[in-house]
Design a protein around this ligand. Structure first.
Ligand SMILES: [Zn+2]
Length: 147
């Protein structure tokens, strides 16, 4: 087990679930206060050393009841965005590629690709992925590929 401070420093005091800053000085009993999450290990399995992640207490508590949800940025123009957590799990276990969103223009798809890679660099730093934009039937597909 790592201490809260070690996990917080490693994750740069940013919540791995909602991607917003966590105040290291906030009370650990406050909703927005810091807490240590078990990370992305499957339920019931032992959490590997170093797999712990920093989360807001409220984000971490919600995760117990439902699968963690990583939201797409509302500033992106994406149609049918795939659930990021499930896509990351499948790519981690099976590799291959996934269409994760469709965009009305190439510029939108490229913007979404840059956002997604940045987001995943914190949410799933162990996963090596590349993005690809493919034109198809009047729209642009954003593809995530394990590398
Ligand atoms: Zn959070």
């Amino acid at each position: 087990m790592s201490t809260l401070n070690e996990v917080g420093e490693r994750d740069a005091w940013r919540c791995w679930l909602c991607d917003e800053p966590v105040d290291p000085d906030a009370s650990v009993n406050a909703d927005r206060g810091p807490s240590v999450d078990g990370g992305a290990s499957p339920k019931g399995k032992k959490v590997a050393a170093g797999a712990e992640r920093l989360a807001h207490r409220a984000c971490n508590t919600r995760k117990g009841a439902v699968k963690p949800i990583v939201a797409w940025s509302p500033e992106l123009f994406v149609v049918d965005p795939a659930p990021i957590v499930s896509a990351v799990e499948r790519l981690t276990h099976k590799g291959g590629r996934e269409v994760v969103a469709r965009c009305p223009s190439q510029a939108d798809a490229e913007k979404a690709a840059i956002w997604l890679l940045d987001r995943l660099s914190r949410f799933a730093p162990q996963l090596a992925v590349a993005t690809q934009v493919e034109a198809g039937s009047g729209q642009f597909l954003l593809v995530l590929r394990a590398v």
